[in-house]
Design a protein around this ligand. Sequence first.
Ligand code: ADP
Ligand code: 5SP
Length: 500
Amino acid sequence: MKFVIGVDLGTSAVKVVLLNQSGEIVDEVSKEYPLIQEKDGYSEQNPNEWIEKTTEALKELVEKFEGDVSSIEGISFSGQMHGLVLLDENRQVLRNAILWNDTRTTEQCKQIYQLVGEEKLLDITKNPALEGFTLPKLLWVKQYEPQTLEKAKTFMLPKDYLRFKMTDEIHMEYSDAAGTLLLNVAEKKWSDEICKLVGLDKKLCPPLVESTACVGTVTESFASVTGLTTTTKVFAGGADNACGAVGSSILSEGKTLCSIGTSGVVLSYEETNDRDFQGKVHYFNHSKENAFYTMGVTLSAGHSLSWFRDTFARGEEFTSLLDGLANVSIGANGLLFTPYLVGERTPHADSIIRGSFIGMDASHKRIDFARAVIEGITFSLRESIDIFRESGKTIDTIISIGGGAKNDTWLQIQADVFNAKIIKLKNEQGAAMGAAIIAAYGVGWYGSLEECASDFVSYDKTFEPIKENVEKYNELFNLYKLVYANTKDLSQGLKKFRKM
Ligand SMILES: Nc1ncnc2c1ncn2[C@@H]1O[C@H](COP(=O)(O)OP(=O)(O)O)[C@@H](O)[C@H]1O
Ligand SMILES: O=C(CO)[C@@H](O)[C@H](O)COP(=O)(O)O
């Protein structure tokens, strides 16, 4: 039997999965790491912690593996998007990585519009300037830590840095490069024009490759600490959402994905690069060559639930926190939650807005709050679905993955709020699975990602929308949408009282 490994470098943890040639997950190991949030809007991680935890996870996986390690033919990656990693000329990390959910860069987003122009930016990158993307972070470092940028030789994204530490090779692949705001998405090359207009040296941009490209083999030093062999081929991999799409077989037109990890996304496959969503949703290169996807992003999806647990039920498992969720009626007994814990992206690109519970009543119990959090996250994702529906897409079936797909009641809530059939996969780890599929295709087990995904991805259960629930949720959703407009000024006023 032969094997491949998929590594998903998430925001809350790294997950490594060992897959056999029949597409079965033989083993998986996960290691958590923290977010560093020193100030309001800041969100960083230490890249060396990613390496440490991934090394530990791979070592554990290999130690438990009973077969011949050289039968692990390939390894590939999925990673949290947009995070800025800066390396000096000795390939050493210059500062903590600034992550996708860090919103300190509102000023730099405005600068990008002034320097590039909104129309040109959309034309070249297919996306608006959002705080989470990488270019605003580069400009923030240029403005506030100029000595760091002067020392920088190259910038990287999280999983590309991890792959570099395994192979000694520096690359970036298209699906993640698309989230930097420096890539000409349609032409698949770094944009000279944007680099010039914003005053960044294009030499900072690493060489570009396809997600499925073999970029080397595991180095001797990495093999010696993990137990892997130096014959294992390393494939570039993809952005976590692109890999989530591969790992859920979202590889043809008409397919929709909902992924609830730390962030939450609703993603739709696009065959071409010429649809016009006026920047209302992100438009990125897929991990499948010359394909694309559009997506709406809720910044704090799973994060809202983990924040709620860590703040009010520290140490409890999600399963116990959510015990009794199904017994709380729709609308959490009159409680609404908006998940704007670190600001929002879709449909409100707003770094200042913050979350709220509306309708607190003396009778509310902790489980009502938990239900309100889950419903609020789901309403937020419904706003992305509505953008897609308004553009003419039919969304009647959605594959749901990520930590949020672990709870069946939440999956039924998704079916009722989205008014669509929800499919749960046998393995909710779509992104790690996607990475493993890229490796399986890369080593030649299959002739295409589609063939591999159709063999490896299998459905577990489906959740049909219940008409009566859909109607109740439609009414609640209309109230939910009013909360943003009514709390926008309040959030602005409270800004100066936040942790600076
Ligand atoms: N048993 C569970 N029930 C409901 N939600 C869960 C459960 N386990 C995890 N989650 C949610 O999933 C999130 C983590 O999802 P994951 O896909 O692992 O994230 P990431 O890829 O960002 O690291 C948690 O923040 C939590 O909200
Ligand atoms: O910023 C985005 C997408 O644009 C996020 O989706 C990140 O890619 C993080 O993903 P998770 O850790 O939540 O999976």
